[in-house]
Design a protein around this ligand. Structure first.
Ligand SMILES: [Zn+2]
Length: 281
């Protein structure tokens, strides 16, 4: 017989015992919003090889592939709404039970749900930057131009993938027109940290300072297989700060956890709000 799972009540008490809880979230929180997760329950990456940042900057064909997939996947990303888990985290923050949030997600859903003290560690797909002149654009503003320049792709139905990509036939990419900076004609890149790239130093410093100031860490919907997320668990553990997790699967930090609920975040988090009697936003 399996050992009994810790209950939501235990986790609510754990939250109440700490005054500066840092919440670290990952893809598992956004799957209920229709944003597909990077990894399955066993933590293994699924799907294609992701875009590599250095390749993106170096290779025009890689950029065409990215923007073609982004064009087809964008409607799914732009339509995604925060789910009950995102909303509960914002309510817990408003009620003083969560001090700050660091997310590995690039979908912008925490912001939309009302989280205030938030660090988007890997950036935000809703913004695009020119690599030449640093001009910033909203991703939404590029979509009409993309569809106008690439009418053949405009109707394509494809499976959306985590970075706004979608599976596209290589043949369709030869004539694909990638967007360029309206100000200088430079290369445009989404404001996200691709694989093979580092989180900007200032953002890392800010995130580490939040961990430093926290007295406990709650991991939500992340298997922590990427080091930029796992390092916060290492830091917390090194300074004796307790770590809890809500994740429907294994995490790389399982041996560091003092409490773990293997349940979907969007089910557990609203119960915590009720248990802690936080007034609804
Ligand atoms: Zn530019």
């Amino acid at each position: 017989m399996d050992a009994p799972q810790p209950s939501e009540t235990q986790l609510a008490r754990w939250l109440a015992r700490h005054s500066r809880v840092l919440v670290l979230t990952g893809a598992g929180l956004s799957t209920a919003s229709g944003i597909p997760g990077y990894r399955d329950k066993d933590g293994v990456r699924r799907g294609r090889t992701p875009i590599q940042g250095p390749e993106f900057r170096r290779n025009e064909a890689v950029r065409r592939r990215y923007w073609a997939r982004s064009m087809v996947g964008w409607p799914t990303v732009s339509r995604a709404e925060p789910n009950a888990g995102h909303r509960a985290i914002a309510e817990l923050e408003a009620g003083g039970h969560v001090h700050s949030v660091i997310t590995q997600n690039v979908d912008g859903l925490h912001q939309r749900a009302g989280s205030k003290r938030l660090i988007e560690l890997h950036g935000n797909l809703h913004h695009v930057i020119c690599l030449a002149c640093q001009a910033r654009y909203s991703r939404a503003s590029l979509q009409p131009q993309l569809e106008h320049d690439n009418p053949d792709l405009a109707d394509l139905l494809a499976q959306p993938l985590p970075d706004g990509d979608a599976a596209i036939e290589p043949d369709a990419l030869q004539d694909f027109h990638a967007p360029a900076c309206a100000a200088c004609g430079g290369v445009l890149m989404p404001d996200v940290v691709f694989f093979g790239d580092n989180v900007p130093a200032a953002r890392t410093a800010q995130a580490l300072a939040e961990m430093e100031a926290a007295d406990a860490l709650l991991v939500v919907g992340s298997s922590l297989m990427v080091f930029s997320g796992y390092r916060f668990c290492r830091m917390a553990a090194a300074s004796g700060k307790p770590i809890a997790a809500i994740n429907a699967g294994i995490t790389r930090a399982d041996d560091l956890l003092s409490l773990k609920l293997e349940l979907p975040a969007q089910e557990v988090l609203p119960l915590l709000v009720d248990l802690l009697s936080v007034p609804s936003a």
